[in-house]
Ligand binder design. Structure first.
Ligand code: MN
Length: 281
């Protein structure tokens, strides 16, 4: 017995400047409706001249995960757990801050010198209370090792970052079951996607318009779904490109202060103390 997920609501995005002046598109209303996701930023697209590109110098995190997916441009990562790596187009960095990490997310040296376009996503995934203080974990997945899927008619393409689609399973290990799929549907194409009932599910459209079980979700809109076990995506009048995100509603209190996301004020104060006295990471 399958129940079709319908469109619950759409949220527009607004453009804000992050980390020293980096323009991002961000849904305007999110909150608990997006659980377990805390934030969805489309970074750019932004064109940098030589020497202009900016990023985020060293800063701390505790209690959740940051997932960075590059489409264009190049970033370099370095953190207090000794991890470092470049993020090139198609690469994903799944960084679990857990009990604490201090990292920098900066333009890669050659990219900074030459300039160019940066486009990508950063999604914050919350951790349940029992995992918030887990040891930090870093998964750096190169574009060529992220499984791709395609429909038989060639009209549906997917980059399977987490979860599964079209019979293809992701390689990234997630703490809680997460679906994160970059999908492109050519005009006239359609795709039925299973999503376990009970999970929160949403799409973020960043090209064209996709019909979600019959209702349009347009470029720059977040479309939240009602419950059900599958959803129908159709690109009716133009090609469509979007992220599909799904995961369990964590349904715990959230205490959030800047780069720390915990359950109580006391835990936030502890994180600040730990950061100040150098024991966060
Ligand atoms: Mn960060």
């Amino acid at each position: 017995m399958t129940a079709l997920r319908t469109l619950r609501m759409t949220s527009p995005t607004h453009t804000v400047l992050e980390g020293g002046g980096f323009p991002v598109r961000r849904p305007t209303s999110m909150g608990s409706l997006m659980s377990p996701f805390l934030l969805l930023d489309e970074m750019g697209p932004v064109e940098w001249g030589p020497g202009e590109a900016i990023g985020a110098p060293a800063h701390p995190h505790r209690g959740f995960e940051t997932v960075t997916y590059m489409l264009k441009g190049a970033m370099q990562h370095q953190d207090s757990a000794g991890n470092s790596g470049d993020l090139n187009p198609g690469d994903v960095q799944w960084m679990t801050a857990g009990r604490g990490i201090i990292h920098s997310e900066l333009p890669q040296d050659d990219f900074l010198k030459a300039g160019g376009t940066t486009h990508g996503f950063q999604v914050w995934v919350n951790l349940p209370a029992r995992h918030k203080m887990m040891p930090p974990r870093y998964q750096d997945i190169a574009a060529e090792t992220i499984p791709k899927a395609q429909s038989e008619d060639g009209k549906v393409w997917a980059n399977v970052i987490a979860g599964s689609t079209l019979g293809v399973e992701a390689v990234i290990d997630t703490v809680i079951p997460i679906t994160y799929i970059h999908m492109k549907i050519k005009k006239g194409g359609a795709h039925r996607q299973n999503i376990d009932a009970g999970l929160n599910a949403m799409i973020y459209v960043f090209g064209g318009t996709v019909h979600l079980s019959g209702k349009p979700v347009r470029d720059g809109q977040l479309g939240l779904m009602n419950d059900g076990s599958e959803v129908l995506f159709e690109a009716k009048k133009e090609d469509a490109e979007f992220l599909l995100l799904a995961g369990p509603d964590i349904n715990e209190p959230i205490a959030r202060y800047g780069p720390f996301v915990m359950n109580t004020r006391e835990e936030i104060q502890q994180a600040l103390r730990d950061y100040q006295n150098g024991t966060l990471a």
